[in-house]
Design a protein around this ligand. Structure first.
Ligand code: PLP
Length: 382
């Protein structure tokens, strides 16, 4: 198989998202040696600071080489010490998955399980903390990508701070498409990755630490289990002009290019308007969204109509329409389909084309719709 066989499909899944030409072009140039040229350290630091301002963090951001999961694991490895009590706040697959990482690094965990179809209930969470606390740290997911809902992170952040619990937030599929104000929401550790709403190539994860989190990390006594996971190695890279491993300079330049081309205010408004119109188009057609409230602006999860297999839908989208969408995994396997309208996927044209394709597929599979998806979408966005 040659690489052309990996091309030709329009990727409308909830990450990795489409990457535009400006960002792709950044990958095809020659750059300096990041190990030997101090200019790279300056460029790296500026890139981290740029991201830091975007999410309103008054601490530091580090860029790690690895896909989004690395950030989640590094946060657990670096902030959890043997026997620490950790609260897992879960109402979805990523939320629950965090518990495994916490356990792996020695935590005694307590699991708060919310309704998988709605955002976390703050009163219930506070009761849980009062009954089961105290906790050193809590993990929570901003946007549960598999189910298409966002949690009220602002309120959760402030609640956790009230009980002096360090917050670790997976915002991998939210930042860039959902508001993030780390300092005023009192969040401590916020994680993101390059390939979702930022629309840069897969391979970088961002770890943003509040001043408080930086202090906790500096004061950690026991050694961090792991090397790639050890955020302490990043604390003095600038001073020492040294990174723990060779930095992927092309990925860093591409990531920075993607950040610079994003106008955040416009991007947030755009994500919101498109997401609302996508959701309404599905409900007008008589289909059911998986989320019952707290809908995500970056991804929409729709229940598969009775009797329609996801693999059939995906096959037809691929062969007839040269388009790829997301499906369900874990408890959502073959129950839902997902559309990623984040980053470069968040355009009227791409979403309209996708809905035209879905109209055709449902027609071909004799799934009756109460209204055409694309017609509704077009009317709503006019
Ligand atoms: C994508 C994503 C990650 C990173 O994991 P993948 O292996 O790319 O799925 C982590 N958390 C969330 C919420 C994500 O959407």
């Amino acid at each position: 198989m040659d690489k052309t066989q990996l091309q030709g499909l329009k990727v409308m899944s909830p990450g990795p998202t489409q990457i535009n030409k400006t960002v792709l072009n950044a990958l095809s140039e020659a750059y300096t040696n990041p190990d030997l040229d101090p200019k790279f350290v300056v460029y790296y630091k500026e890139t981290c600071d740029y991201f830091n301002r975007m999410i309103q963090n008054d601490g530091e951001t580090f860029l790690l080489t690895g896909e989004g999961i690395l950030g989640l694991e590094a946060a657990c490895a670096s902030f959890i010490e043997e026997g620490d009590r950790v609260l897992t706040i879960s109402n979805g697959i990523f939320g629950k998955g965090f518990e495994d990482f916490s356990k792996l690094y020695g935590a005694k965990t307590a699991l708060f399980e919310g309704d998988p179809r709605q955002g976390i209930d703050l009163e219930a969470l506070e009761m849980f903390i009062l009954n089961q606390g105290p906790f050193k740290l809590a993990t929570v997911v901003h946007c549960e990508t598999p189910s298409g809902l966002t949690n009220p992170i602002k309120e959760i952040g402030r609640l956790l701070r009230k009980y002096n619990i360090l917050s670790v937030v997976d915002s991998v599929s939210a930042i860039g498409g959902e508001e993030m104000d780390m300092a005023s929401w009192e969040l401590d550790v916020v994680l993101c990755a390059s390939q979702k709403a930022i629309s840069a190539p897969v391979g970088l994860t961002t770890v943003s630490l509040s001043k408080r989190a930086l202090q906790v990390l500096k004061e950690r006594q026991s050694p961090v289990r792991g090397f790639y996971n050890n955020l302490k190695l990043w604390l003095d890279y600038e001073e020492k002009q040294w990174f723990a491993y060779t930095q992927p300079i092309h990925l860093v330049v591409a990531f920075r290019t993607a950040l610079e081309q994003m106008e955040l205010e416009t991007s947030l408004k755009n994500h919101k308007a498109l997401a609302e119109a996508v959701r309404l188009s599905f409900t007008k057609a008589g289909l059911t969204l998986f989320a019952k409230s707290h809908y995500a602006n970056t991804v929409t999860t729709v229940m598969l109509p009775e009797g329609l297999d996801f693999s059939k839908l995906q096959d037809r989208l691929k062969t007839v329409h040269k388009t790829l969408i997301g499906g369900g995994f874990d408890f959502l396997e073959n129950k839902i389909f997902r559309i990623g309208h984040m980053g470069q996927n968040a355009t009227f044209e791409d979403l309209y084309d996708l809905l035209v394709a879905l109209d055709e597929c449902f027609n071909a599979f004799e799934v009756p719709l109460e209204a055409s998806l694309s017609t509704s979408f077009e009317a709503l966005m006019r």
